[in-house]
Design a protein around this ligand. Structure first.
Ligand code: NAG
Ligand code: NAG
Length: 990
């Protein structure tokens, strides 16, 4: 909008092209389909809840404009509740089936989409008979130093397994693996110790001589090994035994012994074989989808079967055929190298060494070197099979699988993402920078996986503290990386529950944001934000992404960390993302006309920066790219070391050839010299180029995301300004028959850009963006360049009624303001029988000269709720046709709704309240009539909760982290600053 007003002033100066008679670029923009709308993660405590409340909750989501839900039976993260009986109300029980049925029925009635956690809480397990195939397995170790005199010793007793291991504190987060059940010997090794080194923390690293290791497994008889070691002193030998066992880790407990295993809680499944996925899907087929109605509804509204990020624990991840799989894929037996697998890097989230003693081999790093790497490669392949099985099951039922793949585990994220129908990341884990998101979106883009989902909004720091502008900021950052499907974290079951007081069921014991639902004062306004997001998602789901550059990245395969630290590429307009070794080597990465994946992201170059390792297949792919003419930039040291033990020769050969100078399109650049100039010198240019005309000094904080649908002549560019308010001159590389539009995702309007320059390369327009504001430029095509003037003329004729500027138009500051606040508070006495608010209306006694957050007013400081500010005004007489826009000069604490003379003003962007909304059509102008403007502004529920943080209970427990409530001040509510009505003369266009 600001840019349009700006354009009006420029009309006389620039070429004017009007295209009113063209259809708008994206027909579905104003009213996007359900699949493009944000969904809610829907937490409910267990299956004891009334199905009618579930239905009311789903209906509430529909009413606020959500596209669907992610049905998540939370079960208190798997830990027992105060009083409900999970033998009866557990995941998968008959009672659960009724809750599922109710949710599906209402989803169908409301025309929403249905995603469902495949198990309780994070969905990593299902009910099962413990110790049965398909459940999670681990490998554990037992070891003993051999002692004997005279340089020889009999091995003797096989050391028993040590089941206790070092792991992160699990209390209330995930369950401990349980130490019952058999441990089955996989291998017993005897090896000579080369050296022992104290670790900086506790424990030691034992270096084994690889050549000395003897596999004595076949000699085990009755728990004894009949074998003698000799040489080098007996004390320098160890015997190490490896056992596989079910990790016996519950994903959800039961509280009493149930008559059948279905009511006895859930168990983590094996995530490294198809059998683990089948364990889950068989449960669904046999225990839930056996119901005809549920099966039918699932086929009708089911969109994604879903699993959260893997939150589970074991000493070393294992699967029954791991050794065979390893030997097949790696070309050697893992048995003799098993000691090196037990490493911090292979524990959940790289937490620490599972045992105090870790092993490595002579010539390898302390972290197990290439052997531990081969373990991870093999584990990744097992995980890929697990994902394929899930995806196949879902596809056979007309759905797809969605999961937060790979991360936190010793896996290669980039190798997992393409196998998932709707891979999902999360703003909590990837929020470090937009760069980290791009390591996720790259592999999806390359494989034409067009739905990239995010669990968005989770933040530590206290439930009820998150503002809508904060959530909106997370939306916008995600869009900037090409994420296009939002699952808002989350919507909580709204009914009563044992041990739960006002303001209602609050998962995570009040620790995480946010608990959306009708209990929030902002709920009545939230559809504006959701619709804004839906429209932006719809743009970003249309066609294919176009990205200028791709970096090769493998350094942090299991958790994204910023790789390209600079801002220069962004400032120059170059967009980039990342691919891993598996991605490069795949057939999805062809080069045509010097472009990588031309029908997909269309990368113009690949950049090798800060990576030391690469697989043989990926190095061969790079060579192939070079031969096919793709520009390749080697920044500093090229990756020259293989991943795992195989392929060093090929990596060395391929990388040497690549760097040999034999390819004109391959450039080696010193690390310090890398920047956009190097790319420009090689003839590369970005699809978008921006110059900062005022405000920020440059475009380092302007992020562009391009979508293209060539068959429809459609291009769209999402633009986000994370820096200071700036007017940019932005050039878009589009075909010469393109005509530009600006898409207002708040109002749902697609407006031709009034003033722009047509250059040989494309179209240049001026766009002003406030800090944190985003917009969308879109392009549609006319049949030929000759026809552009026709469209211009047609458009001009439509605007004959316009008049020249006569004198400066009027400007009015509105006020004074009357204020009343609808207060949302806890009832005086908290009980578990009701979660309703105590609603009262508080009126500020005197008029306010300007909008003031009510939390700055005496008596209202601690209030949560919705404030209504009212003012009246009359327009000064105008001597020429005038348009009026309404501007807010101050901060919006949470949400804003504005009515003029009773009619709703199109939504105002909380990041840019000063931008102005045209309200001309709503005003009483002639004859001095009185106009009324009503500004409705909300706060979070935080103050109301803070006031009772010591008393509130959810599922029998109070606030987990009191300081999130006690050590922070009262949250602001309402809106600050002046409201200005600006007049604009309508002007002649030609
Ligand atoms: C959003 O909700 C309000 C009432 O809460 C309603 O007036 C408005 O029409 C809704 N907007 C949309 C786009 O559904
Ligand atoms: C890779 O290159 C570095 C730096 O030139 C060198 O030190 C290292 O030995 C090389 N590694 C291999 C495996 O060739």
């Amino acid at each position: 909008m600001a840019s349009l007003l700006f354009a009006w002033a420029l009309l006389a100066l620039q070429h004017v092209h009007h295209v009113h008679s063209l259809p708008p670029p994206l027909p579905t923009f104003a009213c996007p389909p359900a699949a493009a709308r944000p969904k809610f993660r829907y937490w409910f405590p267990d299956a004891s809840i009334p199905p009618a409340v579930v239905q009311a909750d789903v209906a509430a989501m529909a009413a606020v404009g959500a596209g669907g839900l992610q049905f998540l039976p939370f079960y208190n993260q798997g830990f027992p509740p105060v009083s409900t009986n999970w033998s009866t109300y557990g995941f998968g029980t008959p009672a659960f089936k009724e809750v599922l049925r109710a949710a599906l029925r209402e989803t169908a009635r409301q025309g929403l989409t249905f995603d469902f956690a495949v198990g309780p809480n994070t969905a990593a397990g299902v009910p099962a008979v413990p110790g049965t195939p398909g459940l999670a397995m681990e490998l554990v170790v037992g070891a003993r130093v051999l002692s004997g005199a005279g340089g020889s010793a009999r091995v003797g007793r096989v050391p028993p397994p040590v089941l206790e291991f070092n792991h992160a504190p699990l209390d209330g987060w995930v369950h401990e693996p349980e130490n019952w059940g058999p441990s089955e010997v996989v291998a017993v090794l005897v090896g000579k110790v080369k050296s022992r080194t104290k670790k900086s923390g506790r424990g030691e690293v034992v270096v084994l001589e690889a050549a000395s290791v003897v596999d004595v497994t076949s000699r085990v008889k009755g728990g004894e090994v009949d074998w003698e070691v000799t040489g080098g002193g007996a004390a320098s030998w160890v015997v190490v035994a490896f056992y596989q066992r079910y990790s016996n880790e519950r994903s959800c407990v039961s509280v009493a012994q149930a008559p059948s295993w279905v009511g006895n809680g859930s168990w983590m499944v094996d995530h490294f074989s198809p059998a683990g996925a089948e364990k889950v899907t068989d449960f669904w087929d046999q225990q839930l989808l056996d119901d005809k109605e549920i099966d039918g509804l699932m086929r009708q509204v089911g969109m994604y079967s879903w699993e959260d990020s893997m939150e589970m624990m074991s000493t070393l991840w294992w699967t029954p055929d791991f050794l065979q799989r390893f030997e097949r894929a790696r070309g050697y037996s893992a048995t003799e190298f098993l000691p090196a697998f037990f490493q911090a890097k292979n524990l959940w989230n790289g937490y620490g060494d599972p045992y105090d003693t870790t092993y490595t081999f002579e010539g390898e790093a302390n972290d197990g070197g290439k052997y531990a790497e081969d373990y991870r490669l093999t584990l990744t392949e097992g995980y890929q099979d697990f994902l394929r099985q899930h995806q196949k099951w879902a596809a056979d039922r007309g759905m797809a699988h969605s999961t937060q793949p790979g991360y936190n585990m010793p896996l290669d994220l980039s190798a997992a993402i393409p196998l998932v129908g709707a891979p999902e990341l999360e703003s909590l884990g990837f929020g470090e920078s937009i760069d980290t998101y791009r390591q996720f979106t790259g592999p999806a883009h390359l494989f034409n996986v067009n739905v990239i989902s995010t669990e968005i909004g989770a933040q530590r720091g206290g439930a009820y503290a998150q503002t809508v502008p904060t959530l909106l900021g997370l939306f916008r950052d995600s869009f900037a990386a090409g994420v296009n499907t939002l699952v808002v974290h989350g919507f909580a079951y709204s009914g009563v529950y044992p041990g739960t007081t006002w303001p209602g069921y609050t998962p995570f014991q009040y620790e995480f944001c946010e608990i959306w639902g009708p209990r929030q004062p902002a709920w009545r306004h939230l559809n504006d934000t959701l619709l804004f997001a839906a429209r932006t998602s719809e743009v970003l789901r249309t066609g294919v992404p176009k990205v200028d550059l791709v970096f090769y990245a493998w350094k942090h395969p299991w958790n994204a960390r910023t790789v390209y630290q600079g801002a220069e590429l962004t400032a120059a307009g170059f967009t980039h993302e990342y691919l891993g070794p598996d991605n490069l080597a795949s057939t999805a990465a062809p080069v045509r006309d010097g472009i990588l994946a031309p029908d997909g992201p269309g990368y113009k170059a690949i950049i090798l920066l800060g990576q030391t390792k690469i697989t043989a297949a990926a190095s061969a792919a790079l060579l192939r790219f070079a031969q096919a003419g793709l520009p390749i930039f080697i920044i500093g040291q090229a990756p020259n070391t293989t991943i795992g033990s195989a392929g060093q020769e090929e990596v060395s050969k391929n990388m040497a050839r690549l760097a040999s100078g034999g390819f004109a399109n391959v450039k080696t650049v010193p690390a310090a010299g890398f920047g956009p100039d190097i790319l420009r010198d090689a003839g590369l240019s970005p699809r978008v180029q921006a110059e900062a005309l005022s405000g920020a000094p440059n475009a380092t904080q302007l992020f562009a995301t391009w979508r293209s649908q060539p068959e429809r002549g459609f291009d769209a560019v999402y633009l986000l300004n994370r820096g200071a308010e700036t007017t940019f001159s932005i050039s878009f590389t589009v075909p010469e028959t393109s005509v530009p539009y600006l898409l207002d995702a708040w109002a749902g309007e697609q407006t031709p850009i009034f003033a722009y320059l047509r250059t040989g390369e494309g179209i240049t327009a001026r766009i002003t963006l406030a800090k944190g504001q985003s917009t969308i430029a879109a392009f549609t095509r006319v049949p030929s360049t000759e026809e552009i003037p026709l469209y211009v003329r047609a458009a001009l004729q439509q605007r004959r009624d316009l008049h020249p500027i006569l004198r400066p138009p009027p400007k009015l500051t509105l006020g004074p303001w009357r204020l009343s606040v609808e207060s949302y508070a806890a009832p005086a006495a908290l009980s578990t029988a009701s979660v309703s608010h105590n609603l009262t209306t508080l009126t500020h006694p005197s008029p306010l000269p300007k909008l003031t957050p009510w939390t700055a007013l005496k008596g209202l400081e601690r209030t949560s709720g919705v404030g209504t500010y009212t003012a009246t005004f009359t327009l000064p007489p105008a001597d020429a046709p005038t348009n009026y826009t309404l501007h807010f000069t101050g901060r919006v604490a949470n949400t804003l709704r504005v009515r003029v003379n009773g009619a709703l003003v199109p939504p105002i962007d909380p990041a840019a309240p000063g931008e102005g909304r045209d309200v001309t059509g709503l005003l009483v102008s002639d004859g001095g009539g009185v106009n009324e403007v009503v500004v409705e502004a909300s706060s979070t529920l935080f103050n109301a909760v803070k006031a009772r943080a010591g008393d509130v209970r959810s599922v029998g427990k109070g606030v987990q982290v009191p300081r999130y409530y006690s050590q922070v001040g009262w949250a602001e509510g309402g809106v600050a600053g002046e409201v200005v009505l600006k007049g604009w003369r309508r002007v002649v266009l030609a």
